[in-house]
Design a protein around this ligand. Sequence first.
Ligand SMILES: Cc1cc2nc3c(=O)[nH]c(=O)nc-3n(C[C@H](O)[C@H](O)[C@H](O)COP(=O)(O)OP(=O)(O)OC[C@H]3O[C@@H](n4cnc5c(N)ncnc54)[C@H](O)[C@@H]3O)c2cc1C
Length: 386
Amino acid sequence: MDFNLTSEQRQIYEYGGKLAQKYDNAYWLEHARRHAFPKELFQQVADDGFLGMMVPEEYGGAGLGMTEMALLMEGMGNHGIPLLMLVVGPCMSLSHLAAHGTEFHKKKLLPAACRGEIQFCFAITEPNAGSNSMKIETVAKPNGNRFSMTGQKTFITGADLADYCLVVARTKPFDKVAKKTDGFTLFAVDLKAKGIQKQRVRVSIPVPEEQWTLFFDEVDLGPEDIVGEIDEGFSILFDSLNPERITVAALCCGVGRFALGKGVAYASERSVFDQPIGAHQGVQHPMAKAHVAVETASLMMRRAAWEFDNGLPAGASSNMAKYAGAEAAIEAVDSALQAHGGSGFTEDTGLYELYPLVRLLRTAPVNRELCLSYIGERVLGMPRSY
Ligand SMILES: Cc1cc2nc3c(=O)[nH]c(=O)nc-3n(C[C@H](O)[C@H](O)[C@H](O)COP(=O)(O)OP(=O)(O)OC[C@H]3O[C@@H](n4cnc5c(N)ncnc54)[C@H](O)[C@@H]3O)c2cc1C
């Protein structure tokens, strides 16, 4: 769906199709099955100038916004080549470095990241503080103008691929702050630094990216590593939640369309009772319903991106888009799978292997329930549960 786009935005949306001529879903799936990162595909996105989509041109980026980032993700999803590294790197990390980073971040790291020479991951989740990020226990203890970071982050996507990680830490403990949102600081941590170890979390989802637990043991950090203001990291974090939700919604809409495309093609071709199975409404309607859900989610996602780009409050539409996008993608993959009968479960079709990915996105990066709580409490004004 591409109405109301500028010609540049349309080109970005259609870029996934061009990319897929060389790096198609079969290529992605082959890497996803092995948890091997598709380096050539990623480098192609870098060479074509899209890793720095949300980075100003002066730091090597394209100087575009959330809408273009979302269109890139949606367009790649449309062709079955979704990359989580584009969410955690270009969307969640690079845009913050551009807005809040130090000269070192802007002049050294960003241009290299835009060229694909270095990668970023993003770490907030901890074993004892999943959805409740206020309770994170990773501490960066001030020592003069330096900090010593100790703690643990888990499920960190691409920590093995990344050179740097944007880490959310407490510079003031939870029980020493007036407001629970005070006392957070973001650091761009060099993952080669002394005191960092990592251990793989074996996630059973066919995606190219792996997840890791990161252990920080008195990691020495300097002023040049701080992103934004000390103790004020929550405001940056807050800014990053909506882009995360929007890009995940975009990815979901794309993957949902890709799955439906396969389902429709198969159902229009396959005959078992004298006519194509797609003529049976029991097969046709679930896919039609999923199509409505995907296109509706896509509209909400684009509204959220537009609000974000225009400096408007985007929380309500970002949460609605994330919720609707993940649910639509699950419905789309499931209905396409059902239409395929047994063949949906074969490696040749590769459809069943999309299910774990879209199902993950109901739970992460923010779970369905927290999106609904946001809508129930902040949009509809009902009482808060937490
Ligand atoms: C494949 C994968 C990749 C990931 N990548 C990253 C990454 O790159 N960086 C990163 O920081 N994190 C990452 N995560 C972590 C992810 O964001 C968390 O798993 C997610 O936020 C949920 O946190 P949790 O697992 O601790 O679940 P919990 O917080 O323990 O919640 C468990 C369940 O309880 C329910 N629940 C919790 N709180 C409430 C509530 N208030 N109201 C109603 N229901 C509630 C929800 O259904 C939720 O699914 C990743 C996770 C996975 C699986």
